[in-house]
Design a protein around this ligand. Structure first.
Ligand SMILES: [Mg+2]
Length: 76
């Protein structure tokens, strides 16, 4: 699904940031497609042990604006 969306939007994976609220589906799915992710960890579970961390972890969607305003630097 992520790859199909990138093709449809003509966006390379490295230029995209997937925003999602479920680690196993959203973050892992984005990573599988070569896209970095912002995870909305609204329950404060934290990144599962051994899993690749998303580029950003926030507690609520309302934090997305601040992340985007910061320029969404890779590795920030
Ligand atoms: Mg989700």
């Amino acid at each position: 699904m992520v790859r199909a969306a990138l093709v449809e939007l003509d966006v390379p994976p490295e230029a995209a940031l997937f925003v999602g609220d479920t680690f196993d589906e959203d973050v892992a799915g984005a990573h599988a497609a070569g896209v970095d992710a912002l995870w909305i960890d609204s329950h404060g579970h934290g990144v599962p042990v051994g899993a690749r961390s998303p580029r950003h972890v926030v507690s609520a969607l309302t934090a997305l604006e601040d992340v985007l305003a910061s320029g969404v630097e890779r590795g920030a």
